[in-house]
Design a protein around this ligand. Structure first.
Ligand SMILES: Cc1cc2nc3c(=O)[nH]c(=O)nc-3n(C[C@H](O)[C@H](O)[C@H](O)COP(=O)(O)OP(=O)(O)OC[C@H]3O[C@@H](n4cnc5c(N)ncnc54)[C@H](O)[C@@H]3O)c2cc1C
Length: 598
């Protein structure tokens, strides 16, 4: 059976030594997050993940969700108790505003905890994950009355959230949306239509489900300019806050799908359901984007989570499984064969996954920190810089870490040989579960287009230029440091590739937009490689400082950082040159064949 240990030591290293978390103790909520508190929180989160959530991961996958004859949905055995334990421990409100009952701690901590809990049980954690996104949208766009009505119960996890965008004919292109909203004399709306693929649309974990639904108000313009956002609760809520009548929203079916079997993916039927406008009329997409951006970071996190748990299992298996002899002579001469971890090709596999996981964790926490600064800093300029970077890197985090999450789950499965293909070893589940993260919350091809087509050029390219400068400055500042030279040299070369590719787009994509579309996925990965390289360079610098300070208890951990960072620079980062070559090849050949030839 699979194993999982939350990487608390690594998270603490990133927060304390790489990101310098204490420097931000002037931000609201950060003063309470002392190093001791952080360590205690992460320790408790690790226990929750390892002892409560993880034991249900495999059984939940095997059992799946069930739709009952009365259109209710039952989650797998044990899920309700585990969810209640998760809520009772306060995890749902960790970073939520104190005025609604949350603890107001940094979102960065929420992300650190989320990595562990998602690795332990991705399906189960999607239920509170969607609530988190829905709360974010209500905090930003809800009226005071809506906030008071919904947020306190959602913060406690007694009510959950769901996002309803997709319709059978309308996925990426939300302009095609048909669900309609008819205004009522009391200011509410009657919502009708069908939504498909709705995660956590119906289940038995909470007393109420707060659906955020995109629909078109009667007479609204066609396309994306006529879409509004509505709150549609499963049970209507009285003025006293008590649950009232059942609303006209029901689960018509649950989808039969490849993975995340324990998360109910529902067809939701809206039959003149009562809904309440959130945000302005016809401005539903910007309001929904608050939820979507939050979810995109959470989905990037899922990529890191699954790759980490898959890696841990592959590494344990590679130390244990004996097959063949080491090329350099027997390493376990008293046994009939050596453990497969002696083989360079197995090392290549494990090191590749490991180097992405450690840098991916840093990328995730650094991104979450930008979100905290963007939302909590009192300094306008600091807020703007962080917000720029957050917007720029969110599609990269989502797209790159989930592409890699799946690729690395497959690589970890490969370490098990045929045993990885057998369901009972658990690796097959990781491959199946990781796959969805590349698709939902905007398929990864769309993340790449968002990056190239929208985020790069925003405000005259301000965000990208600021980030390129930050990385360039880091390289320049550490150039004279002999220990850092192999890292900064490789990073600078990769930075040149991404800057040159950005310039190439400026010169070649404005006149011929297909050039942008043809190179966008390569560009997203190229940019991701550079950011992960930057994370590695910073981690190496912190590890060198730790070693110089003589922290004996962590010598092996810190030395492993240097080796893993070097592996990244030698074997992974040079891929930027290939990505750049592909980008500069343009769209011509790609678009040459007529559609009927395919
Ligand atoms: C398990 C699961 C859970 C989900 N949960 C939710 C949920 O909770 N709420 C919700 O609303 N939705 C949910 N979805 C829907 C999901 O977000 C969509 O499936 C996704 O956005 C893609 O839409 P689509 O499936 O219609 O694909 P399409 O939009 O038809 O896209 C098909 C392919 O074409 C590409 N493509 C489309 N347009 C372009 C373009 N302009 N340029 C280049 N490429 C393009 C896409 O990248 C994709 O690869 C879920 C889906 C699944 C499978």
């Amino acid at each position: 059976m699979p194993v999982y240990r939350a990487p608390v030591g690594d998270t603490l290293f990133i927060l304390n030594e790489v990101l310098g978390f204490e420097r931000y103790n002037n931000l609201p909520g950060f003063a309470d997050a002392t190093p001791e508190t952080i360590e205690a929180i992460l320790g408790e989160a690790a226990r929750m993940a390892e002892e409560v959530l993880f034991p249900l991961n495999y059984s939940g996958d095997q059992e799946g969700c069930r739709r009952n004859d009365d259109a209710t949905v039952s989650t797998p055995t044990g899920f309700k108790q585990a969810y209640e334990a998760y809520c009772a421990a306060g995890w749902t409100g960790l970073a939520e505003p104190e005025e609604f009952g949350g603890q107001g701690l940094p979102y960065t901590l929420h992300a650190a905890v989320g990595e562990y809990t998602s690795a332990a049980n991705m399906s189960l954690m999607m239920y509170p994950g969607l609530t988190q996104g829905a709360m974010a949208a209500i905090v930003v766009h809800g009226t005071e009355a809506q906030k008071r009505t919904y947020l306190p119960n959602m913060v406690q996890g007694r009510w959950s959230g769901a996002m309803n965008l997709t319709e059978p004919h309308c996925g990426t292109d939300l302009g095609l949306l048909r669900s309609k909203a008819v205004p009522q004399p009391d200011g509410s709306y009657r919502i009708s239509g069908q939504k498909i693929f709705i995660s956590a649309g119906e289940h038995d974990l909470t007393e109420n489900i707060v659906h955020l639904v995109l629909a078109r108000i009667e007479g609204a313009p066609e396309g994306t300019k006529g879409i509004s956002l509505f709150i549609v609760p499963k049970f209507l809520v009285g003025e006293d806050g008590a649950l009232g009548a059942r609303n006209g929203v029901t689960c018509g079916a649950i989808e039969h799908k490849m993975g995340i079997h324990a998360n109910a993916t529902c067809v939701m039927n809206y039959d003149e359901a009562t809904g309440y406008l959130i945000g302005a009329e016809n401005r539903g997409l910007p309001a929904m984007f608050v939820m979507m951006n939050e979810e995109r970071v959470s989905v990037g996190l899922q990529g890191v989570s699954i790759a980490e748990v898959a890696y841990q299992n592959a590494a344990a298996y590679a130390r244990d499984r004996i097959q063949g002899r080491a090329l350099s002579g027997a390493k376990a001469p008293d046994r009939k064969a050596d453990p497969i971890i002696v083989h360079p090709d197995i090392r290549r596999t494990l090191m590749t996954i490991r180097t992405f996981n450690e840098a991916g964790r840093a990328f995730l926490l650094w991104t979450a920190l930008q979100s905290d600064i963007a939302h909590r800093s009192a300094d306008d300029r600091e807020r703007q810089v962080a917000d720029d970077i957050l917007g720029l890197v969110t599609p990269i985090l989502k797209g790159v870490m989930t592409d890699k999450g799946f690729e690395h789950a497959v690589m970890a499965q490969q370490v098990f040989g045929g045993h990885g293909y057998m369901e009972d070893n658990g690796m097959s589940q990781y491959v199946r579960d990781a796959r969805i993260a590349m698709i939902y919350e905007g398929a990864n091809g769309i993340q790449a287009l968002d990056l190239v087509g929208r985020k790069l050029g925003l405000n005259g390219g301000r965000a990208a230029m600021a980030l390129f400068k930050e990385i360039g400055d880091f390289c320049a500042e550490n150039r004279a440091d002999e220990g850092m030279a192999p890292f900064t040299k490789a990073l600078k070369k990769a930075l040149d590739d991404v800057q040159a590719s950005t310039m190439w787009f400026m010169q070649n994509a404005m006149v011929k937009p297909d050039n942008a579309g043809a190179g966008s996925t390569d560009y997203m990965h190229l940019f991701g490689l550079v950011i992960l390289g930057y994370m590695w360079a910073r981690m190496v610098k912190a590890a060198q400082a730790g070693l110089a300070a003589g922290d004996g208890g962590r010598t092996q951990f810190l030395k492993a950082k240097l080796v893993t960072g070097r592996f990244y620079m030698e074997r992974i980062l040079p891929e930027t040159a290939l990505r750049r070559t592909r980008i500069e090849a343009g769209a011509e050949t790609m678009m040459a064949l007529p559609a009927e030839v395919f």
